[in-house]
Design a protein around this ligand. Structure first.
Ligand SMILES: Nc1ncnc2c1ncn2[C@@H]1O[C@H](COP(=O)(O)OP(=O)(O)OP(=O)(O)O)[C@@H](O)[C@H]1O
Ligand SMILES: [Mg+2]
Length: 353
């Protein structure tokens, strides 16, 4: 597979979108703001939304599974907003112990708690004029949720241990991998804060729900890691692409990126072949594909989906029985000759491990 043109991609230069261009050839991989690749209808809708909301000051809530690009989209919104020359301050609310998070967000005065030997500005203050990105906001304790709500409503807060009210002008973007309405129902997340955040929701689809993006992402990452590692990998074979297209990608784009990085670093030259792919991915492939065939927004071809389904089940049975065809045929309740015919028809071959 050669580099492919991306019809519309959020690119890290002044043009918001690059259309009908050989984007993969023109993107500058040294740009500190990476491109966001996406040709599927669902990602195009996300790009349109980013375009529409960037310049407003509305609060944005980005949701999506891990590795779907929530952080990238938050940064892009800031970059395309009229606050872009002001700070973009990011804080991962899930990664900081609760007792430190308040002081990280709002700052503290000297002597506010043991160890507070000097006063310190918090992230809201540092983000003044720009954007604050409250990542993993679903992990925040209810006590802090109240304080964040106050900043959102009134644009002001006090430092920990401080009496002075500090006013800030900050655009808030929040993200979570959690199902916030569900967390509200369970009593873990405040309903008032949820509604205050849920002004403009942006839902990032899982990679398995936008498989048409996979070839573009692969090309992009191959180019990126070729350049980083001074390698010259020449794309990916159709067989290998098929395995990657059918995989479930629980870690979404981040997982795909890591797989490609590993392949580029370990590769010689030529194309990535199916045999080069990590074994767990190839084995999972047959299994995952049968588990997750679904009609996506891009539509699917029923005939080829059914054919793929049959092929996957045959492959699974062969892997399970270490390619003893008698045993595999039994597992599938077929006679051996029928199985052999099907193996031929599907051109299934045992891969070297
Ligand atoms: N559409 C995309 N185009 C190009 N690269 C992407 C895209 N989406 C994700 N990535 C890659 O995946 C990595 C992970 O993305 P990001 O950190 O934004 O995900 P996330 O949704 O914030 O994940 P988490 O919930 O784990 O924080 C990025 O650093 C980037 O390399
Ligand atoms: Mg993130």
């Amino acid at each position: 597979m050669q580099n492919v043109a991306v019809s519309k991609t959020l690119a890290p230069n002044s043009d918001r979108f690059v259309q009908n261009a050989m984007v993969l050839a023109t993107l500058n991989e040294n740009d500190p703001n990476p491109a966001i690749i996406g040709c599927s209808q669902r990602m195009q809708a996300v790009f349109d939304l980013v375009d529409k909301v960037a310049d407003s000051d509305s609060t944005i809530l980005i949701t999506g599974e891990t590795g779907t690009g929530k952080g990238l989209v938050a940064k892009a919104i800031h970059q395309y907003s009229n606050r872009s020359n002001k700070p973009f301050i990011s804080i991962n609310c899930g990664a900081i112990p609760e007792n430190l998070l308040e002081s990280e967000l709002f700052g503290h005065v000297r002597g506010a708690f043991t160890g507070a030997t000097v006063s310190k500005s918090g992230k809201f203050e540092l983000a003044h004029g720009g954007t604050i990105f409250l990542d993993e906001i679903g992990d925040m304790s209810p006590d802090l949720q109240v304080k964040v709500l106050k900043v959102l409503e009134e644009g002001e807060f006090e430092q920990v241990g401080g009496a002075k009210t500090i006013k800030v002008n900050v655009r808030v973007i929040a993200a979570t991998h959690r199902d916030l309405p569900e967390e509200v129902k369970k009593g873990n997340f405040r309903q008032d804060l949820f509604y205050r955040l849920y002004v403009i929701p942006i839902g990032l689809p899982a990679l398995r729900d936008r498989r048409s993006d996979i070839p573009y992402l692969i090309s992009y990452f191959i180019k990126m890691y070729n350049n980083k590692n001074n390698k010259n990998l020449d794309g990916i074979s159709d067989n290998a692409l098929e395995v990657l297209m059918n995989y479930g990608w629980p870690g979404n784009v981040r997982e795909l990126r890591n797989v490609i990085e590993r392949l580029v670093v370990l590769s010689g030259s030529g194309q990535i072949a199916a045999n080069d792919l990590p074994k767990e991915l190839r084995v999972a492939n047959g299994y995952q594909a049968t588990q997750s065939i679904e009609v996506t927004d891009d539509g699917i071809c029923l005939n080829s989906a059914v054919t793929e389904f049959e092929k996957d089940l045959i492959l699974q049975s062969l892997e399970k029985t270490k390619w003893v065809k008698n045993k595999a045929a039994k597992l599938l309740q077929l006679n051996r000759t029928t199985l052999v015919e099907k193996i031929k028809r599907h051109r299934i071959q045992q891969r070297a491990s």
